[in-house]
Ligand binder design. Structure first.
Ligand code: ITT
Length: 194
């Protein structure tokens, strides 16, 4: 199958910006709206991998185009890996990022071990075939919100080797180290190798 078009299976605008930065020069990128998908994408798995595959397969079965989905989240060492796969819904079902960060900072109040990592799993589904790519970035959680760029937990995450949160960086600075960029570099290498 030729892979000259890919549907981005996400409704998170922050992800769309970061994923498109890698894909726009490689393939034609379609949105869920472009292929008429209006429903919530299913995410019922216990792992990033299961959820990424479920989202991509759901859309691929409906539209027939190759599909790319990203499932990602923040794993905090002192919270035994929480919020993890529940990162978007940590403080409730609405994906309210301000509430999610408030809950995280409250849960970590007074903790000296602030180590955390972001994980991104990207699933690429074309017909019956599925390919999975993973990226992680180690870092730490701040004690207060810093910066306004990016999305999600960016105002509370400082990648190792830097002093700025991801929300204090430009998108291109974030992409130098981020979990999503590491996964997408593998996707691009794979697309070019075909
Ligand atoms: P889609 O399922 O439509 O892609 P979503 O936001 O619900 O959107 P996830 O289920 O994968 O996606 O949840 C990932 C959450 O993890 C996201 O909402 C953020 O809270 C957090 N997250 C992932 N990557 C992040 C990043 O680069 N910066 C900040 N937060 C991130």
């Amino acid at each position: 199958m030729t892979l000259d078009r890919i549907v981005l299976c996400t409704r998170n605008p922050g992800k769309v910006t970061e994923l498109r930065a890698f894909l726009n020069e490689e393939v034609e990128v379609l949105s869920l709206d472009d292929v008429g998908i209006v429903e919530e994408l299913p995410e019922e798995g216990d792992t990033f991998c299961e959820n990424a595959l479920q989202k991509a397969r759901h859309v691929a079965q409906k539209c027939g185009f190759p599909c790319l989905a990203d499932d990602s989240g923040l794993e905090v060492v002192a919270l035994n890996g929480a919020p993890g796969v529940r990162s978007a819904r940590y403080a409730g079902s609405a994906g309210d990022q301000a509430a999610n960060m408030d809950k995280l900072l409250a849960a970590m109040h007074g903790m000296s071990d602030r180590r955390a990592r972001f994980v991104a799993v990207i699933a690429l589904v074309e017909g019956d075939a599925a390919h999975v790519f993973e990226g992680t970035v180690e870092g730490s959680i701040t004690t207060e919100l810093r910066g306004v760029a990016g999305f999600g937990y960016d105002p509370v995450f400082v990648p190792a080797g830097d002093t700025r949160t991801y929300a204090e960086m430009t998108t291109s600075d974030k992409q130098r180290t981020s979990h999503r960029a590491k996964a997408m570099e593998q996707v691009v290498a794979w697309l070019r190798s075909r």
